[in-house]
Design a protein around this ligand. Structure first.
Ligand code: FAD
Ligand code: DLZ
Ligand code: SF4
Length: 508
């Protein structure tokens, strides 16, 4: 009996479980550009363009391989505007009675497919190293679900950077070597960029016409949109950036949007690259003596450790995870997140490059935009929606744990053992942003004091009840308590003044 094989925009992998289960001779692959997916949050135009262009090229490859593909372009007049709508329309056209798909990366869409008015079989997404069952077994009975221990199991499972039973070089984690600020004369090569071809050009025209009111620019689109291009981008990263990736992993420099990062997450997350092949390429560079252990271990840990771990948490914790707000923070996202004027050079740099590139690296996401959201008491759901919209690599299974959990502590500590908050000193140590800022990072209070300096203490003070017994935060509270009472009062007043300005829509 003929069936429909659904392939979603972030499932562009030739080895996808739904394709493996299909029969080229009688099944029809359904791929659909739909308004529901492009608009359920207002994705960055570059993200939509990446997904649509990569979908069109993937569909063409499937046809070359003998599949029958029913592809809906966004502007097809018959397009119903939703994934389920398109499945029903194609079922009527082909006479198919059932659908086979690979589990989507978001509860919202899983739910829609589960309750679709057509029989739908949802298969495991085995493009990940750890299945849901394996992650559940790992988590079972543990008091705290810390990434480091999960990561070690993944090293053992994959054999990556293993010397028999032991970690290569004698240590599991070389993070302490990876926190260097960047010297003044660094010249990162940046990611490999691709000229738009005709298919990309068509998509850019469509996205410009339909989604130009979303935050972000389409100008200078350069993403890879095929597996072959993504493999070239991987090769370029391994050759030019991996050797220094570790040393400057946390560093931020004005005007350098990419530093030595891989910029591979958009490709891995939509399926053009597999996580294991990316890690194997890094391991090979280490074995050939082309990249040092601290860089290669750090890189591999992000993928087989963090990436797999956050996915495990998202599915283990269930559909309510993304809406948690355990700190009860509720302030609206200020206009500076949408490019509104700000005097904070670090925020301006992170948001500005996000608008341009649909990309910011980990420390910009965690310690600039995330840190500010947390100390300023922003509503974590609005914050999460922002991240889901603006980054090309954002899909809820990976975005929500990183934002709601790691960055905003809104899951109450499932992921992080303490909140990632800092004063301006951290940003000053890891970047050159403060040199060009209207605020003074060395000023703790008063006119022109860095907002992070006062809001950091304001955050700790207003959440004292929750955090003062946290062993990892004892030093912070002891430092606060040692401050003279008048000084504490001034710090809190100044912090409150920043919050009042945000509430009044004034420029901060
Ligand atoms: P690199 O720094 O070069 O790292 C290599 C690879 O490791 C990445 O390509 C990615 O696949 C993986 N990786 C690294 N850190 C993480 C992590 N914490 N979680 C999952 N994978 C990781 N990553 C996303 O893929 N999608 C998101 O929506 C996303 N949202 C984030 C939100 C916040 C608040 C924070 C703090 C982090 C978020 N991350 C997200 C993780 C990380 O910032 C990005 O994976 C990374 O910036 C992607 O750029 P890159 O390829 O240059 O990564
Ligand atoms: C993100 C996205 C966008 C913008 N558009 C589409 C689309 O038109 N068609 C499609 O199949 N998938 C799209 N996606 C990816 C889905 O939103 C994604 O599969 C779910 O969010 C689950 O990760
Ligand atoms: Fe950011 Fe404060 Fe430095 Fe300005 S002084 S760039 S606001 S950390």
């Amino acid at each position: 009996m003929n069936r429909l094989i659904l392939v979603l925009g972030d499932q562009l992998s030739f080895g996808l479980s739904a394709l493996r289960a299909g029969d080229k001779a009688q099944d029809t692959v359904v791929m659909a550009e739909v308004r529901d997916e492009a608009n359920y949050v207002r994705h960055h135009p570059k993200k939509i363009a990446l997904i649509f262009a990569a979908m069109r090229k993937f569909a063409a490859h499937l046809e070359e391989e003998g599949w029958t593909v029913a592809y809906s372009q966004l502007d097809d007049t018959e397009n119903s505007g939703s994934i389920v709508g398109e499945l029903l329309r194609r079922a009527e056209q082909t006479g198919a009675q059932s659908v086979v798909c690979t589990e989507p990366g978001e509860w919202r869409l899983i739910n829609k497919l589960q309750y679709a008015p057509i029989k739908t079989e949802i298969l495991n997404d085995d493009r990940f190293l750890a299945s849901h069952a394996e992650f559940e077994a790992w988590a079972e009975g543990r008091k705290a679900l810390r990434m480091e221990y999960f990561y070690r199991d993944m090293r053992r499972k994959t054999g990556l950077l293993m010397d028999g039973e032991n970690p290569e070089g004698g240590q599991w984690n070389y993070d302490h070597d990876n926190r260097k600020p960047a010297p003044g004369d660094i010249a990162p090569k940046g990611p490999l960029k691709f000229e738009p071809d005709n298919i990309v050009g068509d998509v850019l025209g469509l996205v410009e016409a339909e989604f130009s009111d979303h935050f972000g620019t389409l100008d200078g689109f350069w993403f890879a949109t095929t597996r072959a291009q993504a493999l070239d981008a991987l090769d370029h990263f391994i050759t030019h950036s991996l050797p220094t990736f570790g040393d400057f992993q946390d560093a931020m420099v004005s005007g350098e949007s990419f530093m030595f990062h891989a910029i591979l997450s958009p490709y891995i997350n939509i399926g053009l690259l597999g996580p294991l092949e990316v890690c194997e390429a890094a391991q090979e560079a280490y074995e050939k003596g082309d990249a040092p252990l601290n860089a290669v271990e750090g890189f591999i840990r992000q993928i087989i450790g963090w990436r797999e771990y956050v996915r495990g948490i998202y599915f283990l914790e269930g559909p309510d995870y993304a809406s948690r707000n355990r700190l009860g923070q509720s302030r609206d996202l200020p206009a500076m997140y949408w490019g509104g004027e700000t005097k904070m050079a670090c925020m301006s740099a992170a948001v500005g490059q996000t608008r341009e590139e649909a990309y910011a690296h980990h420390i910009q996401r965690l310690m600039v935009t995330g840190n500010f959201a947390l100390v300023a008491g922003l509503d974590p759901q609005q914050v999460a929606q922002w991240y889901l919209e603006v980054y090309a690599d954002a899909f809820e299974w990976v975005e929500a744990p990183n934002v709601v959990g790691m960055s905003q502590f809104a899951d109450g500590g499932v992921i992080a053992s303490k909140p990632y908050v800092s004063s301006g000193a951290y940003i000053n140590r890891m970047s050159n942003y403060c040199k060009g800022c209207d605020y003074s990072v060395s000023k703790k209070t008063g006119d022109g004091a860095c907002p992070f300096n006062t809001l950091y203490w304001h955050f700790l003070d207003r959440h004292r009840e929750r955090f003062s017994n946290n062993a990892r935060m004892g030093n912070m509270y002891r430092t606060w308590d040692r401050m003279d009472e008048d000084r504490r009062k001034t710090v809190l007043q100044d912090g409150q003044a920043v919050l009042d300005k945000l509430d009044a829509g004034e420029i901060v």
